[in-house]
Design a protein around this ligand. Structure first.
Ligand code: FAD
Length: 621
């Protein structure tokens, strides 16, 4: 049947990409349908119930700055929060939260169900309606035809999903969920380049069968960090500790003994797995000289005994899993509640996408999340938001938007994927960003919220809170710049305890905060003045302390933007560009960079080749 209502945007899949995509387009006021296998699994964490971490929390904060759901759900579901790299510079500082998977899912569902302009429908999407070279809707498993102007596909690990435990395998989207076979077949008939990747998960363990007394406890940080700019520690549920234990020589021996029945080492699995989240059998093989590997024993929630042993992801047969788990200190009597497994799935070469995540071959069709070759909830959520937002912009007949590499980690993520493609699951790291000092997790709102408001993504409530914060930061910066401390004054005497040399002349507070011995708190104590909001204080402190470095980075960005502003026409015939090597010519044809700056990032591109492009562009004018 034809469903009577027509939609502006249909999002297929209610995982992390799908929920952010659907929320983004609905926030922008366009009529959105979220079509997913099962309403009960909206916002489900397929693997570890944890959000954030190095590079990843930057993405979560960017989603939050654009009013997405992930950070707010984390604050409502987080049961252990930590600041990583706390002693390092602000560029690489990151927030990580262990979440209660039930509370997290409930928070996401609550946000979805209360979002105006958004409807949810439970059923598998089996086909896309394509008219000419444009998407026109979706056909579900039972033959319901939903018409739409745009479609965002976020099918995660479900397309052609095959689950492996030892040498046994069966079709599945993740444990307990069906795969998307019909849709995968249909997509393979389209011109996209499809490959296989794999990922895995550890067995889960019943906490009642674990001896925590022999493990090292790891409580969360105090004061407890928050994930959302709108969040508050009072949003958090009860906080609990994680624990740490280790594999040992016996564990490694058990694993080696089972490798002949490993789907990875017997060649059954062909897809490449996540390099930075390897299975335990992979770690034993690759780091043969190591006699132990760390395991973080993480609770799955407050109302369950299930534990996630982070570090022993495996697809070995169940008997080997049980033996290896029981060889670990504290797990001697462990009961496994769910076996670990690996999953292989279809992903699409992201080089077939535009920076807006619209596909190059079918207009109005966007891809986001794991299907673009990434791994992780944060990477998926950020792409979902971008795709949903651009689908809505297309419906509104407005210009598409995506952040540049110097504006957001989301810009880095998308540009990396589209420029280089990926042959292994891509995860975010701070090292992927060349302008780390301006792309901090503490300033994602300062970088993006105004743009989000302009695009129609940001609510009045967030906008007002942001505006107040921005104003407070500016006022406080001004106060520091215009408040002076005189030598031989009572304040100067107080400072003498902290400084190596007493003040010899008048200094502004802005000058003083730049000194390594002094922080914002010291200046507040000095005169009994200052802001109490830690987020405002952080902005002020970073702005002054790192002013020189930030300035230098801004200069580099300026330089780069001059090049970035030189667009490369979509119809540019690279055969006509004299002097280019065949290799570079075919890379340029494949990537079709939108600017000189993007062309410059193609692997193997040389300054000489860029000059040839610039000369060619000049000649064309
Ligand atoms: P998903 O979260 O997979 O969501 C896809 C959604 O689409 C689901 O709701 C599904 O029901 C729905 N769907 C699919 N097809 C259809 C259809 N045809 N019709 C309707 N609905 C459909 N990430 C890490 O960072 N580290 C890890 O170690 C890690 N290990 C993992 C281990 C396993 C076993 C799995 C399954 C995933 C793992 N991940 C890991 C990946 C992480 O789960 C994903 O990166 C993240 O969930 C991707 O989000 P997504 O929204 O793209 O897809």
């Amino acid at each position: 049947m034809d469903y009577p209502d027509h939609f502006d945007v249909i999002v297929i899949g209610g995982g992390h990409a799908g929920t952010e995509a659907a929320l983004a387009s609905a926030r922008m006021g366009v009529k959105t349908l979220l079509l997913t296998h099962n309403i009960e699994t909206l916002g489900q964490m397929s693997c570890n119930p944890a959000i954030g971490g190095i590079g990843k929390s930057h993405l979560v904060k960017e989603i939050d700055a654009l009013d997405g759901a992930m950070a707010r759900a984390t604050d409502l579901g987080g049961i252990q929060f930590r600041t990583l790299n706390a002693r390092k510079g602000p560029a690489v500082r990151a927030t990580r939260a262990q979440a209660d998977r039930i509370l997290y899912k409930a928070a996401v569902r609550n946000i979805l169900e209360n979002q105006p302009h958004l409807q949810i429908f439970q059923q598998a999407a089996d086909d896309l309606i394509i008219k000419g070279e444009k998407v026109a809707g979706v056909v579900t498993q039972s033959g319901i035809r939903f018409q739409a102007k745009t479609v965002v596909l976020t099918a995660g690990t479900f397309l052609g999903g095959v689950i492996h435990i030892g040498l046994e395998h069966y079709q599945g989207g993740r444990a307990g969920d069906p795969p998307a076979i019909a849709l995968a077949r249909r997509l393979r008939e389209m011109p996209f380049r499809v490959e296989r990747l794999k990922t895995g998960t550890p067995p889960r363990i019943d906490a009642r069968s674990v001896d925590f007394s022999v493990m090292q406890a790891q409580p969360g940080d105090t004061p407890t960090p928050v994930m959302s700019y709108m969040g508050n520690v009072t949003d958090h549920p009860q906080q609990v500790s994680c624990h740490i234990t280790y594999t040992n020589a016996q564990t490694h021996e058990i694993i080696r003994g089972g490798l002949d029945r490993s789907p990875m080492y017997s060649g059954v699995i062909e897809g490449i797995g996540p390099r930075y989240c390897p299975s335990i059998e992979d770690k034993i093989h690759r780091f043969a000289d190591k006699d132990q590997h760390q395991i973080f024993v993480e609770p799955e929630g407050l109302t369950t005994h299930e534990l996630y042993p982070n570090g022993i992801s495996t697809s070995l047969p169940f008997d080997v899993q049980l033996n290896l788990v029981r060889s670990i200190k504290g797990f001697e009597n462990a009961h496994i509640t769910r076996p670990g497994y690996a999953i292989e799935y279809d992903y699409f070469n992201p080089q077939d996408l535009k920076h807006t995540l619209e596909t190059r071959f079918i207009s109005g069709l966007y891809f986001a999340g794991q299907i673009n070759g990434t791994t992780g909830y944060e990477e998926a959520g950020a792409q979902g938001l971008l795709a949903g937002m651009n689908a809505a912009l297309q419906v509104q007949e407005k210009a598409q938007w995506y952040p540049r590499r110097d504006e957001a980690y989301l810009g880095v993520l998308v540009d990396d994927l589209i420029t280089h493609g990926t042959s292994e699951p891509y995860r975010m790291f701070t090292s992927r960003a060349e302008y780390r000092l301006v792309l901090r997790e503490d300033n994602a709102d300062m970088r993006l919220t105004e743009k989000g408001r302009e695009l129609g993504l940001v609510s009045d409530e967030r906008w007002q809170a942001f505006d107040r914060k921005r104003e407070a930061v500016e006022q406080e910066k001004q106060r520091l710049e215009t408040t002076y401390i005189q030598p031989n004054s009572p304040e100067s005497a107080k400072l003498a305890e902290k400084l190596t040399k007493p003040l010899s002349r008048e200094y502004s507070l802005a000058d003083l905060i730049r000194r390594p011995e002094l922080g914002y708190v010291d200046l507040c104590e000095l005169r009994g003045e200052g802001v109490t909001d830690p987020a405002v204080a952080e902005q002020v402190e970073v702005a002054f302390k790192y002013a020189g470095y930030i300035e230098r980075q801004r200069g580099e960005i300026e330089q780069m933007r001059k090049q970035e502003n030189t667009p490369l026409p979509a119809d540019l015939d690279y055969v006509q560009v004299g002097g280019l090597s065949n290799e570079l010519r075919s890379k340029l044809e494949a990537v079709k960079p939108v600017s000189i700056a993007q062309a410059a990032r193609i692997q193997g591109m040389t300054p000489a080749a860029i000059s040839l492009l610039l000369v060619h562009l000049k000649k064309r004018q």
